[in-house]
Write a protein that binds this ligand. Sequence first.
Ligand SMILES: Cc1cc2nc3c(=O)[nH]c(=O)nc-3n(C[C@H](O)[C@H](O)[C@H](O)COP(=O)(O)OP(=O)(O)OC[C@H]3O[C@@H](n4cnc5c(N)ncnc54)[C@H](O)[C@@H]3O)c2cc1C
Length: 659
Amino acid sequence: MARQELLDASDEAIDDAANFLDPIVLRGLLYQLTGDASVAAIPHVMVPMGFRGELPGITDPVHIAFLRAKAAAFLKAYRDAGAGDWPLSQERLHRSMELAVGGTISEDERELWIEQMALDPAARCFSWRREPDAARKDNFMVVVVGAGMGGLNAAVQLKRAGIPFVVVEKNKGVGGTWHENRYPGARVDTPSRAYAHIFAVGYPCLSPFAAQPVNEGYFNWIADNFGVRDHILFDTEVTDMAWDEASKRWTVNAIGPDGARQWQAQAVISAVGCFNRPQIPDFPGADSFAGTSFHTTRWPDDIDLAGKRIAVIGSGATSYQMIPELVKDAGHLTLFQRTPSWCIDIPGYLHPFPPQVSWLDRNFPWLVNFARLQASWLANPESFQRIIEIDPNFDDGHTRSPIVSAMRAQCLAFLHRKLDGHPELIAKMTPIGPPLASRPVVVDPHDGIYDALLRDNVSLVTAPIAAITPDGISTADGAEHPVDVIIYATGFKAHQFLWPMDVRGRDGRSLDALWQKDGARAYIGAMIPGFPNFFMVYGPNITPFFSGLGMIEMEELATRFAMQCIEALILDERQSVDVKAEAYAKYNSELDRREKTKAYLDPRVQNAFKNEFGRSAINCPFDVRLMWNWWRDPAGENGMREKADPLIRPFLGEDLLVD
Ligand SMILES: Cc1cc2nc3c(=O)[nH]c(=O)nc-3n(C[C@H](O)[C@H](O)[C@H](O)COP(=O)(O)OP(=O)(O)OC[C@H]3O[C@@H](n4cnc5c(N)ncnc54)[C@H](O)[C@@H]3O)c2cc1C
């Protein structure tokens, strides 16, 4: 289809837009589109990027001007030729990708990065290995729990596959995290270019880091554009489910507006996430508070905070994102902080892309895909994972690796620069532990938490909270802090996977029994032994904290794995698929081994990553390239059996038991 907007564009408009193209992305893209050897010959240099060390970029103004002039010439010629479809050159694909990232993409990873570019929107979608028996498929039933990012993707895959399903969602709308977190200032801290499903990159990406309304809009667009909204039962919460060995089905119970609901399903896909059950500390007297109080995920639609005395309890990403917005109208805001968070400033964090960037996204063939590749590659596993590794030979008294030491220095310099002349504030805002022992908060360099703290209408209280009183908050130092509103930015029960659902596997076995030793675990994040045909798309230990893929990718891969297991049940006329207990044990001992070297287990900090047993049930300590392979092919029909490592064998008939 012709790009009308480009057909209508003047030469001047094209020349102007070309000035907004990222030179290194452009190098790869132009080479892909034209095969122009002079473009490929433009060298990149290594550019210092703070604690990240050096990253490839094209900085020579002559080279930049050359590439942008080529781009403008290409766009004008493309416009004059009718601005129709522009086929990709498979022959130039690999080289053009490497030119766009300024690095080597090894043979082993090539498919991963081609998927990641979303050149083929179906690249991570489920497709049948062979045509299923229609009756068997039509008699199959899947219950999906949750309609956030993960549940919507599962719904899209099930719909594509023609497998009957229902999605049960406790909220009024889709989007999960982005439906619930409506606090002012809520936005992603990972690049939006990569925070989009591969099958759905067609939604406009208007900012480098999209705010909550845009993210919620995106997931609503998916629900409508991919025709899954009608499959979702809103306002309905799954309370419990149990596996019946005789019928080989799950009985799933829920409560909705019309009372109790029940389904019998051959398979369950849990997409309940792990950041939607609020955690509110049990402060004495909390019920006596006469003003308004709420958790950040329960933001009242009609609240007007202008002129109010506001208390914010908590100092993680939510708090630091929200406070700079609230202080603009608040009468007074007091931040009650137990532990400060490290802040990483990213220029332009709060700003939309210039309109030219969006115009280029719409009109330059394949630009969105190459820009997405580059955004993802900046956090590629090879360079990113080392950030989170403890170096056994390094200890500077604060950090356990040179790279985190550099990160600390960078964060500290930013803190001192912003709070210059306020030594007391600097002391209170300097974390004890190293960066990455807890989640660092991304902030705008000019409108972040430090700027907010310097305002006259803001106070920082670090004395512990002793009690909530009818009028406000009293602290352990004896001070009283009268407030009108208390906002709990105190996080989530993130370690309590699947809670509060009561999930019972074979012989009525509960998850509590299995997880009582040291918290939630799974096999490759997706399966639990004794819980056949039960799949999690956001299970324990798959959050990719500095590990090189995003949450959206992890969920896409786990979902495809679940779909392929379901496929085996339908195609091969089997009843159940389960993971062997010994495979689960083996996987988890490997997981524990890998976790020991990770910065987030630093003993100086009790952080949201660690559970009460001192381990993380959230973060993924594995190389995500391994995870990609483990989730890829449970049927083992595309050669993965031969390639996979001998220890973890997520194949039917090996670690996975089918009957
Ligand atoms: C403030 C915030 C910012 C974030 N920023 C980023 C970011 O920048 N990048 C990133 O990669 N990740 C980010 N995350 C993580 C984010 O949660 C995931 O990216 C993503 O939203 C997970 O999607 P999900 O569908 O698995 O879970 P969720 O989005 O949590 O959705 C789960 C859904 O399941 C429903 N549900 C739960 N229990 C039941 C039940 N018993 N019955 C029925 N329905 C149920 C919930 O209502 C919810 O709609 C952020 C999280 C938060 C809280």
